[in-house]
Design a protein around this ligand. Sequence first.
Ligand SMILES: Nc1nc2c(c(=O)[nH]1)N[C@H]1C(S)=C(S)[C@@H](COP(=O)(O)O)O[C@H]1N2
Ligand SMILES: [Mo]
Length: 522
Amino acid sequence: MADRSLADRYPPGLGTLAVSLAAGVAGLLGSYGAVGFTTAFVVSPVERTLSLYMPGAVVTFAITTLGSLGQQLNFATAAAIVVVLYALLVGLSVGIGRQLDSRLVPLIGSAVTVWVATAALTNEYVASLGAAAAVGAVVAATDLSRTGGRVVGETDPNGRRRVLAGVGAAAGASTIGFALGEERSPTNVMGVNQDVYGDVDAPSYDVDDLLSTADERSDPVGDVDPLVSEGFYNVDINTIDPTPDAADWSLSVTGEVEQELELSYADLRAMDHEHRFVTLRCVGEGRNGHKTDTALWSGVPVGPLLERAGPTSDCECVMLRAKDDFYEEFPLEALESGLLALGMNGDPLPRAHGAPVRALVPGHWGEVNVKWLTEIELLSRERTGYWEKKGWQGTGPVNTVAKLHGRERVAEGRLAVGGHAYAGTRGVERVEVSTDGGATWSEATVTERLPGATGPAVDDSPEYARDAWRQWRYEYDSPGETHEVVVRAVDGTGQRQTREETGPVPSGATGWVSQSIDPGSL
Ligand SMILES: Nc1nc2c(c(=O)[nH]1)N[C@H]1C(S)=C(S)[C@@H](COP(=O)(O)O)O[C@H]1N2
Ligand SMILES: [Mo]
């Protein structure tokens, strides 16, 4: 038995397929173990390519029918592609090894090709050894597995033990990879966000007064968030956020300008800051969706920077570009009153919301509020942004909306409904409520507007936040039976929220929110 042929060392047909796929999974988790949930993880470049080239129809379908699951689907597809790629490399190495009757070719071939493929995808030569080591361990375990000294072909015609050895080794390597990856992730798979600010002294802002004013003015009904959101929503084109190191991050102002600028994080930090309450709303959310939130942002006004660069742009339009390859184009005028945010609610900007710096564009849909911002390019002609290429039209001002998310029994026979209303920089003037399906209307109580921007960068302090939501509340006698509550907002120009109902695609949901309320359930 000393001279066993290679054919006996690897299980035939389906067995090798099983071992190769198991090795693929182990390789995936080997990569995760080496770098955690960062852009160096082998899935990251694949999901980025998918999100850049995935046809708009698929993306829109995913968003409208699956909600935020679209992004997870993208991630799962990318992970599956990596597993199949690794499995192919292992299967090929084993096949060639068989032809050459060599024991070394499967092992060395698998490890080396997986390493090269991972390094080519991620540009991480050392970290890619994680994937190679895991795959190598699986192949070696298959090769070395003991068969009890008997002739393999007789006792184990399907190479069952070898399959078990390979799959077992894959399970072990995957478990270790997963544990290591969770350990070193800035945001790990289990969803814990360990914020990373890079190698700088992260700013903290003295904004307690503003935050406590916001708290005092809040009037949440039921379990609705206060005026400063407790869990700010998140929309990204990729599952794995970039982690630019603030120390070597820079922002450039390029294109149709008299003078191009390049600013480091330290440059921005040294400039005068402003603190302002700003609401963001995603164009992709439903009429009564949960992707509208408000924070107190701290940062540098964009206007003076643009003036310094001296725009000469013919189209009066601008492209913002980011570290995750996201890009959005919109009218320059909208950016002039914008903010480059470095802080959120007194803390440094979290990774999930665009650390180290994101753009805030007053009154415009969330998508142009580009995170992980790297470039402001003044254009000579209009171009199409990421979401517009996929069929959305979300570069304009937000639609007016009043949402109904809170309901409670305030006393015997007395009910309250409430929520948030937002109309971008037009502001919310009032909110009207009907508790009889739209037959009769009354005015809701709305919260006092959030305070205006403060800080050394503000010349003449505005009285209230121009681009922030308000909360509304309406209390009424319970009709005793299930009834339809309808709500609509009127903006600061006197324009009432349109009644015409449309879905989110392409330019944001419209229509009045209407909810059925059963007093018995409150
Ligand atoms: N770089 C980058 N910026 C981005 C996005 C993105 O995927 N990448 N998503 C946009 C979209 S669609 C929205 S609605 C907002 C969401 O911001 P948030 O995740 O901080 O809530 O960010 C915008 N900025
Ligand atoms: Mo969005």
